[in-house]
Design a protein around this ligand. Structure first.
Ligand code: HEC
Ligand code: HEC
Ligand code: HEC
Length: 312
């Protein structure tokens, strides 16, 4: 069976290939991101006549199809949904939510007001940092195209429908245990080592801190509690985006990894963890860069638990 994600990748990438051949240079200074296609525009708008996806749908953050373009879905997940997932403030979880009339300005849709708010730098509210230009541009491109529904799932549905608890790996049934025996104790003191295991962007959306395009924690086992320091270096998390650009992130002393300023991976994303010899891969793709939002101590949205280091 042909995977919906492969479809999405081809359909969204092909129109940009001609541009990429001419303008094969990158505007992204990131030191070790490998630039393969080199385009930075044209992948938000959904091509007409795309085949509908057979994949299951669900709210932003769940890893399922939302009806939104992949870039837009990723922005909402990384920057908005920690607040906008219930009735008040209004949900920003799927296509219908974005097309609903705004309460602030009933002549506009929520999507249009969302663009206004991001341009005015009023959403997300301080102390969160304002969205970056490319994030606003992706949103704008979609609105200007008439905010069409994306019929294609950005992500692979998780194996087994996602509801499984545990993947049958070692340590699953032993209960949470902090293998390193050491914890982060400095609260929300901003640091690359902070709050290992917690969802980085869900907190940064509300309490400040950088908008990490990707952030998370690698652990030696699937079941480790929040704030427990994770796997020690040398390990790398390697993420490949929709343009085949590769982002190499070193795992730090807390087990955390994160993108640097200027890194702008565009979802859907693929991910592996490697120690140089062995790798452990995520089979599916995701639009959210908030890795720990699914890779919790028990795993949510079908994730088997923590992101686990490869090897013995
Ligand atoms: C820290 C919580 C928080 C975050 C994060 C946040 N919002 Fe909001 N948002 C609110 C609250 C509270 C309101 C209602 C009060 C207001 O309008 O200021 C609101 C209102 C809005 C509205 C107006 C809704 C309407 O009916 O017109 C839009 C649109 C919106 N937010 C978009 C966004 C977008 C887009 C993001 C992410 C880029 C975002 N928000 C992130 C808290 C948040
Ligand atoms: C419970 C809330 C919370 C969580 C969870 C959280 N952070 Fe933060 N983070 C903050 C706040 C608040 C700041 C800004 C305050 C400051 O810089 O002192 C911040 C700042 C940062 C900074 C900037 C530090 C600097 O030197 O300016 C980095 C890097 C960072 N966080 C990384 C992460 C990573 C990686 C994760 C996930 C593993 C994470 N954070 C999880 C609240 C959080
Ligand atoms: C929307 C939820 C979700 C998000 C966000 C997510 N994952 Fe996953 N991840 C899963 C699911 C479901 C699986 C199991 C199925 C599979 O491999 O696709 C998984 C499996 C994995 C695995 C293999 C099993 C393990 O636990 O070690 C790795 C490695 C991994 N993810 C890395 C990442 C990285 C890195 C990120 C951030 C870029 C990330 N994931 C974000 C849902 C998610």
């Amino acid at each position: 069976m042909e995977s919906p994600v492969r479809h999405a990748f081809l359909l969204l990438t092909l129109p940009a290939l001609a541009v990429a051949v001419i303008a094969a240079c990158s505007d992204e200074p990131s030191s070790d991101s490998e630039d393969v296609t080199g385009d930075d525009a044209g992948s938000t708008v959904i091509p007409p006549g795309s085949e509908p996806s057979s994949g299951p749908s669900g709210p932003a953050g769940s890893g399922l199809a939302t009806g939104l373009p992949c870039d837009v879905q990723g922005i909402l997940e990384n920057r908005c949904i920690a607040c906008h997932s219930t009735d008040d403030p209004p949900p920003l979880l799927d296509y219908d939510d974005l097309k609903a009339p705004s309460k602030k300005d009933p002549k506009k849709t929520i999507a249009e007001v969302a663009l206004d708010e991001m341009r005015a730098k009023t959403m997300p509210p301080t102390p969160a940092v304002p969205p970056e230009d490319d994030e606003i541009a992706s949103f704008e491109e979609w609105i200007e195209a008439g905010a069409p529904k994306n019929p294609i799932a950005c992500t692979d549905p998780p194996p087994d429908g996602g509801a499984k608890d545990g993947g049958g790996d070692a340590g699953v049934d032993a209960g949470p245990k902090c293998t390193s025996g050491t914890f982060w104790t400095r609260g929300n003191d901003g640091s690359q080592l902070m709050n290992p295991g917690e969802a980085c962007n869900a907190c940064h959306q509300q309490q400040g801190g950088p908008n990490l395009r990707i952030g998370g924690t690698v652990y030696p086992t699937l079941r480790e509690p929040d704030d427990c320091n994770g796997s020690a270096p040398p390990l790398r998390v390697v993420v490949t985006d929709s343009r085949n650009r590769v982002y190499n992130m070193q795992v730090n002393a807390a087990g955390n990894f994160l993108t640097r300023n200027g890194d702008r991976p565009r979802p859907p994303l693929r991910a592996v963890v490697t120690n140089g010899q062995q790798t452990r891969a995520m089979v599916g793709t995701v639009t959210s860069g908030d890795c720990n939002s699914c890779h919790t101590v028990n795993g949510t949205n079908g994730a088997p638990g923590r992101i686990m280091a490869p090897g013995p």
